[in-house]
Design a protein around this ligand. Structure first.
Ligand code: GSH
Length: 216
């Protein structure tokens, strides 16, 4: 199997963490051609997005679909609870991440440069992101991982995006995102001690440094 991957992508990192957790023999493959919209890559994933899993010929797009597939294919260690209630709890986080938390953050990516940014967009999207972070604070289980005492797909989904939140928000003059959000702060400290997350966050950090330094 191979995962079409970019180390700086929060969605690809969601799936990379699962691959590391499972210790699965899955190759990390670069995007072929000139990038995500190259004819070569569009032939593999018509959406032109990362990640994409090539599961020995079966092409699977969408990070959460990939993660649930990997969970079923490689059940150990389990990253989903066994009960329907536990599963629903985890999926509430992964849906929250994909549908509500990521979009305002993504809208801020093109606004990183203070010289070219549109302050109206920044104000609107920062406000939306702060609301989503407050909602996440309300949803988090106290003292444990996101959905309870065990590390799950919920943590895999959230960690790469919170990496961006903690690294990017200060550059927009926003209040530090962990201030006044004690559950989020405690979770962020705890989740980074998980070896799979630590490794993936290190890779995101290196990729971010390279991008800011003008590399790829
Ligand atoms: N819902 C998709 C989102 C994937 C996504 O948007 N990935 C970004 C990189 S972090 C991307 O491919 N952006 C290029 C684009 O949307 O054209 C998933 O969960 O895999």
């Amino acid at each position: 199997m191979k995962l079409y991957n970019m180390n700086l992508s929060n969605f690809a990192t969601k799936s990379r963490i699962v691959v590391y957790e499972k210790g699965a023999n899955i190759e990390m493959a670069p995007i072929p051609g000139t990038g995500m919209k190259s004819p070569e890559y569009l032939q593999i994933n018509p959406l032109g997005k990362v990640p994409t899993l090539d599961a020995d010929g079966l092409i699977i797009a969408e990070s959460e679909v990939i993660n649930e597939y990997l969970e079923e294919k490689f059940p150990n260690p389990p990253l989903m609870p066994k009960t329907p209630e536990g599963k629903a709890k985890v999926r509430a986080f992964t849906r929250f991440h994909d549908l509500y938390l990521d979009p305002p953050l993504r809208a801020l990516f093109p606004q990183l440069n203070p010289k070219t940014r549109d302050e109206k967009v920044v104000t609107e999207k920062l406000g939306e992101l702060q609301t989503r972070l407050d909602q996440l604070e309300a949803m988090l289980a106290p003292g444990g991982f996101a959905a309870g005492p065990d590390f799950t797909l919920a943590d895999c989904a959230l960690a790469p995006t919170i990496f961006f939140v903690t690294n990017m928000l200060p550059g927009f003059g926003a209040k530090p995102p962990l201030d006044g959000r004690p559950k989020l702060a405690a979770w962020w400290t705890k989740v980074q001690t998980r070896p799979s997350v630590g490794k993936a966050m290190g890779e995101m950090g290196e990729a971010l440094k390279a991008m800011l330094g003008g590399g790829r």
